[in-house]
Design a protein around this ligand. Structure first.
Ligand SMILES: NC(=O)C1=CN([C@@H]2O[C@H](COP(=O)(O)OP(=O)(O)OC[C@H]3O[C@@H](n4cnc5c(N)ncnc54)[C@H](OP(=O)(O)O)[C@@H]3O)[C@@H](O)[C@H]2O)[C@@H](O)CC1
Ligand SMILES: Nc1ncnc2c1ncn2[C@@H]1O[C@H](COP(=O)(O)OP(=O)(O)O)[C@@H](O)[C@H]1O
Ligand SMILES: [Mg+2]
Length: 278
């Protein structure tokens, strides 16, 4: 099994060219946050912006819009039933679906819209409640998007059928081989795999055991794919950066608040890109 280390992550986070514009760094659409879980959408979107995504739009329940603008004016917003959502999804480089999505009829409908719309070369990150809905067999991935699944151990048990106690790398690789794309088996440590190769994460720790850490990771993965392309190594580098930012916070904080982790991303990514530039 390979290891995702600081130096390998630094190879991904390359310096930006002078002639940059935001269209070069990914149009990200985040479909998340029903009326109970608005925080998940805000944390995912915050992480996507702070990890360098070019443009971020959040499709979330209307009740979350004011809070989102208050915390993250950089993000644009719409609802799940907005007439412009299908076009936004079709024009996105990367789509995240699932953080705080819930299990309502509306959640099932918007998930199916995403699955029917997002196609390669677009990338699709499936997290949280979207994993649960798909695991329950209600909906299948009809598109052929470049996919990243981000289950924690219980979500992976639901999706793969492997009991948490039996989630060895070999068992997870076999299950991942039956799924399209990359699987981020979140845990301590997180292992990122594609049915053939696996990267064990070398950063992170128990300060991350708090609600919102996984929502935050989805935004970082989306921003990394938008800037650095879709590959197992880029996803594993995003996992490393997420956990390394948490380690920075945990040096002086007992718990690595997901919003504090996002706030640490621009500094950490600057350090990595400078080391890459040397
Ligand atoms: N602020 C917001 O809006 C937030 C919104 N959120 C949104 O909430 C939605 C539900 O996501 P969820 O992860 O909270 O619930 P679920 O999928 O049922 O899993 C928890 C169950 O699994 C069990 N479990 C056992 N082992 C485990 C392990 N190693 N890792 C993890 N779990 C393990 C665990 O066992 P127990 O704790 O009972 O021992 C418990 O029974 C989702 O859409 C998410 O995005 C959250 O992100 C939080 C902040
Ligand atoms: N003890 C730990 N060591 C390392 N990483 C951890 C630990 N506890 C939680 N994490 C990380 O925190 C995140 C939790 O994801 P998840 O359970 O989906 O959170 P959320 O509440 O946002 O849904 C994962 O990336 C996981 O690897
Ligand atoms: Mg989660």
């Amino acid at each position: 099994m390979d290891e995702m280390t600081r130096s390998r992550a630094a190879n991904v986070v390359r310096p930006r060219t002078t002639r940059s514009h935001k269209g070069m760094y990914g149009r990200v659409v985040i479909v998340a946050g029903d009326e109970h879980f608005g925080g998940a959408a805000i944390m995912s979107a915050t992480a996507a912006v702070y990890a360098g995504a070019g443009l971020v739009t959040v499709a979330t329940a209307a009740v979350n819009h004011a809070a989102l603008h208050a915390r993250l004016p950089e993000a644009m917003v719409c609802t799940w039933t907005d007439a412009m959502l299908p076009q936004l999804l079709a024009q996105a480089d990367v789509v995240v679906v699932g953080p705080g999505l819930g299990d309502s009829a509306a959640a099932h409908v918007v998930l199916q819209l995403v699955l029917d719309t997002v196609r390669t070369p677009q990338s699709l990150i499936v997290d949280g409640s979207a994993i649960d809905i798909m695991a329950a067999g209600h909906q299948h991935q009809t598109g052929t998007a470049q996919t990243v699944w981000t289950p924690h151990a219980m979500e992976w048990q639901r999706l793969s059928g492997i009991a948490i106690a039996n989630q060895t790398v070999a068992a997870s690789q076999a299950a991942a081989a039956e799924l399209p794309g990359v699987v981020v088996c979140k845990g301590a440590p997180t292992v990122t795999l594609d049915g053939h190769v696996a990267f064990r994460n070398t950063s992170g720790g128990p300060a991350m055991a708090t609600g919102g850490s996984g929502d935050t990771l989805t935004g970082i993965i989306a921003a990394f794919i938008g800037q650095f392309g879709y590959s197992l190594a880029v996803v594993a580098a995003a996992v490393w950066v997420h956990s390394a930012a948490a380690d920075m916070v945990a040096r002086s904080q007992y718990v690595a608040l997901p919003t504090a982790v996002s706030a640490a991303l621009p500094t950490l990514m600057a350090q990595l890109s400078h080391s890459n530039a040397e």
